[in-house]
Design a protein around this ligand. Structure first.
Ligand code: SAH
Length: 368
């Protein structure tokens, strides 16, 4: 990339400053922001409300998008996975999940991931780099345009989850900037109340989020009820063990709005963390820290050849759930989405070989 300004990275104020430096009035900045975010246009030619000479200057000095879509994979259940690459050639993956009530877009905060969770395929990539705010927003624009048409508003709104590749709390600044931009009424208008950020447990950022106004909802990946097991499954636990993590969660709980809850995600690994004893330990852990406004999402493991785990059988998951509920903890089982195209939780690893996996023939479309 040359020194062109990446417009999708700029907040409304930054865009206004940019056009003012070009000698244009403030309202041109607002028009440009709306063209990029509300109308979701990707070429200056289409921004016909801007004067021609301004469009020509923009084409010289700036670029709209830096991500390119390499492939789009469509699962049997309608889930779509976009495999994109950055200008410096790193993979970025985004998943569009159609749902009855409201569709969800799952976006990535990093290319690859530095955390070495033993059950997650993304970990195999290592960290390639953290994404910019603009690269985060672009993922959502690309998915929205593909799902609904360019600039077409979804009638039901869209939920966002920062549950793709990477650790969002190690991309805190670009993530928060992206969320602020996406909340703009003159832009995508996806407010923080429609967004959930998932963390492997970066404790200082959980505390920081608790005091952040207009913040998204929070989910925490737990995967184990004891330090002994969590150290093995999620090595980040050695830095911030369960006692510290749950103390930060308690603090976060006291910042919840009326009716709001937060979530623990618990990936269920056959014979590893899914016994009745683990369920009792988990319930006792949450009750000991008197966490009340919390729910547990049980996620059967999404397998892959290079991961040494199998998903817990259905009756195990149900028994685990029943034990949590008997101890007063709300628990839900998450249905896997897009497993056949490597789009489900923990499966994002820039896989290109989906046409060959599973019985569900996944459709592969090359986008131009
Ligand atoms: N790094 C953040 C964001 C990723 S969210 C985090 O850890 O929270 C991805 C979710 O999928 C996490 O809850 C993770 O524990 C879970 N996960 C990872 N690999 C998985 C797999 N193979 N099957 C099911 N869930 C998995």
């Amino acid at each position: 990339m040359n020194q062109a300004v990446h417009l999708t990275s700029l907040s409304p104020i930054e865009i206004i400053n940019f056009v003012e430096e070009l000698g244009e009035p403030t309202f041109r900045g607002r028009q440009l922001f709306a063209a990029l975010h509300r109308r979701r246009l990707s070429s200056f030619d289409e921004m016909t409300d801007l004067p021609k000479d301004l469009r020509a200057t923009l084409a010289e000095r700036a670029i709209v998008s830096t991500l390119t879509v390499e492939s789009r994979y469509i699962a049997a259940d309608g889930t779509r996975r976009y495999l994109m690459k950055t200008h410096d050639n790193h993979p970025v993956e985004t998943v569009f999940i159609p749902e009855e009530r409201r569709d969800t877009i799952c976006f990535s905060s990093q290319s690859g991931c530095p955390l070495q969770c033993s059950f997650c395929l993304t970990a195999k990539l290592g960290l390639l780099r953290t994404l910019t705010a603009g690269e985060i927003v672009e993922q959502i624009i690309i998915a929205l345009n593909d799902a609904y048409g360019i600039g077409v508003k979804t009638p039901r709104g869209t939920n966002l989850v920062a549950m793709g590749a990477g650790e969002p709390f190690l991309a805190f600044e670009p993530l928060m900037k992206a969320l602020r931009m996406m909340a703009e009424a003159e832009g995508l208008h996806i407010v923080p109340n429609r967004v959930t950020v998932s963390t492997a447990g970066i404790v200082p950022r959980i505390r920081e989020l608790a005091t952040t106004p207009d913040r998204p909802h929070l989910a925490i990946s737990l995967a184990a009820p004891t330090d002994e097991l969590r150290d093995v499954l999620m090595p980040i636990n050695k830095k911030w063990p369960l006692r510290e993590l749950l103390a930060a969660c308690k603090e976060f709980e006291s910042s919840l709005k009326p009716g709001e809850r937060f979530t623990f995600e618990y990936v269920m690994l056959d014979g590893v963390n899914d016994t009745d004893e683990h369920a009792r330990q988990l319930a006792n852990l949450l009750n000991r820290h008197s966490l009340q406004r919390v729910k547990v999402n049980l996620i059967p493991h999404n397998p892959a050849d290079s991961l040494p785990y199998r998903p817990s059988p259905e009756e195990r998951v149900q028994s685990f759930k029943a034990i949590l509920e008997s101890k007063g903890i709300n628990a839900f089982v998450r249905r896997p989405r897009g497993r056949d195209i490597y789009a489900a939780c923990g499966q994002l690893a820039a896989r290109r070989d989906v046409a060959t996996i599973g019985a569900n023939a996944a459709a592969l479309y090359q986008l131009s």
